[in-house]
Design a protein around this ligand. Structure first.
Ligand code: DGL
Length: 258
């Protein structure tokens, strides 16, 4: 069994395009409808109730478009809304959470020192607290909110090297980076900053994001339901945004094609 229906993917703004890139690469036959909510970004500084309401509005729209699954390409929206969304809809809803487990597994049993970079809301929600509890007995985990990176990407300032490096120094200089084993990029906006993180971090520090794991999970779920796209399907991504400006449309395209 196969399905040619699209997959709905959404984020608070442009960050989820890092997940769309992974999806296009790993599942090229799938058709993606992407919705970025840049008019309401950042979600990371909103209340869980506000994020839940926005997420419901987006998923409702996807359901009307007949998608076969939804990917919440946003750690923040996942922590605030995934449980409620799964209760309300009977299509698969794939969420994201900071990839702490792969970071811990890297040590093959040895204690790891890990920085989780994410939005303030993700780090304060019970979902992340539960994830921390699973691993903090054995490992040292630092929660580092990095909200300004979201704004830099949304404002199209990714190429402003001075601003990005100044911002990253502001977040990371408090750590003894030589003693950090991994930095987890727990927000989908952050993989676009990977090369900047690389500049600041020692070569031995791994930089880990959850994008490949999320797409793999989506693949397993669709496969189990017989809903993967057939091999002759063309696939593609259609990008929409709540900010209708040409500036945002151009930014989306450039991030997808990077
Ligand atoms: N990209 C989002 C995430 O993965 C949130 C960014 C924001 O709007 O604060 O958490």
């Amino acid at each position: 069994m196969v399905s040619r229906a699209a997959i709905g993917v959404f984020d608070s703004g442009l960050g989820g395009i890092s997940v769309v890139r992974q999806l296009r690469h790993d599942l090229p036959n799938e058709r993606v409808l992407y919705f970025g909510d840049s008019a309401n970004a950042p979600y990371g500084r909103k209340t869980p109730e506000q994020v839940r309401e926005l997420s419901f509005g987006i998923v409702e729209h996807f359901v009307h478009q007949g998608v076969k699954a939804v990917v919440i390409a946003c750690n923040t929206a996942t922590s605030a809304a995934v449980d409620a969304l799964r209760e309300a809809y009977d299509i698969p809803i794939i969420g994201m959470e900071p990839a702490l487990k792969p970071a811990c597994d890297r040590g093959h049993g040895a204690a790891q020192r890990i920085i989780v970079a994410a939005t303030p809301l993700t780090l304060h929600e019970p979902k992340f607290k539960r994830l921390m509890t699973r691993f903090s007995d054995q490992h040292t985990i630092f929660s580092q909110p990095c909200p300004d990176l979201v704004e830099i990407l949304e404002h199209g300032q990714l190429a402003d090297r001075d601003r990005v490096l100044r911002t990253l120094h502001g977040y990371l200089d408090r750590y003894d980076l030589d003693a950090i084993d991994s930095v987890v990029l727990g927000c989908t906006h952050f993989p676009f900053f990977r090369s900047y993180f690389r500049e600041l971090l020692p070569e031995t520090t791994a930089i880990i994001d959850g994008n490949a794991g999320t797409v793999h999970h989506l693949q397993v779920v669709l496969e189990s339901l017989g809903k993967l796209a057939p091999e002759d399907a063309a696939g593609g991504a259609e990008l929409r945004n709540s900010d209708p400006s040409e500036r945002v449309a151009a930014l989306e395209r450039s991030l997808l094609e990077r």
